[in-house]
Design a protein around this ligand. Structure first.
Ligand code: SAM
Length: 207
């Protein structure tokens, strides 16, 4: 591990979540958006799901992480792209319907959750490169805030072990929750630090 940054109630780790997460306290909610191997497919990997027809693929997206120890770190969990992982049957799956979807791309994305409540759908645009802060699969902040609102009322500590550009950390800052974030790629870690710092700075401005 090379760096730990604390911003407000957020503690951010630059490093590999498989090494760092076991050393952190257990949280109320793991809310995450792991890589699911599209990069591997683009480079001749052996995964043969229907997603091999997708275009794109990133260097960080080369492997399907073992999801069981990740979700076990929270009392509850939300896993975006959960349909790619071997997870138990779920009552409460979440769908993000992309209002600006084009025919060659997904109309919606799915999340697996451990919540005992009905399945829910959120409709929101998917940001283009101009709206994102430098991460190719950055999730919209309102989507992650919606997930936090669906979590049990007493959820106060949240972890995102695949933090990317820090969207979960921004949503937690906006909603007064403690956050642990882990990101392996230095450039995305730095973007996450900047975004979460900005979210706290905005709060101070309006306090
Ligand atoms: C799908 S992206 C998350 C995007 C994020 N939801 C956002 O809004 O920016 C997954 C991230 O996990 C990171 N990652 C992959 N394997 C990791 C690992 N073992 N430990 C920590 N981060 C990892 C990748 O670098 C990538 O940025």
């Amino acid at each position: 591990m090379s760096k730990i940054v604390t911003i407000g109630n957020a503690t951010l780790y630059h490093g590999d979540c498989r090494e760092i997460l076991p050393s952190l306290p257990k949280v109320d909610l793991v809310l995450t958006d792991p890589p699911y191997g599209i990069g591997s497919l683009m480079k001749g990997g052996t995964n043969t799901g229907h997603w091999c027809t997708l275009s794109g693929g990133n260097d960080w997206d080369m492997e399907l992480p073992d999801i069981a120890p990740i979700i076990a770190h929270g009392i509850h969990a939300v896993v975006w792209g959960g349909n790619y992982f071997p997870l138990p049957p779920a009552r409460c799956v979440l769908a993000w319907r992309k209002l600006n979807a084009v025919p060659t791309q997904a109309d919606f994305e799915l999340a697996w959750t451990s919540f005992d409540k009905p399945a829910k759908m959120f409709s929101h645009v998917s940001g283009g490169a101009m709206q994102r802060d430098g991460h190719p699969t950055q999730k919209p902040v309102p989507l992650i805030e919606w997930c936090l609102n669906l979590a049990p009322k007493n959820t106060s500590t949240v972890a995102d072990p695949f933090m990317g550009s820090g969207t979960t950390g921004v949503a937690c800052a906006n909603m007064g929750k403690s956050f642990y974030g882990i990101e392996r790629e230095r450039k995305y870690f730095d973007i996450a630090c900047e975004r979460i710092e900005r979210a706290y700075a905005q709060q101070r401005l309006f306090a």
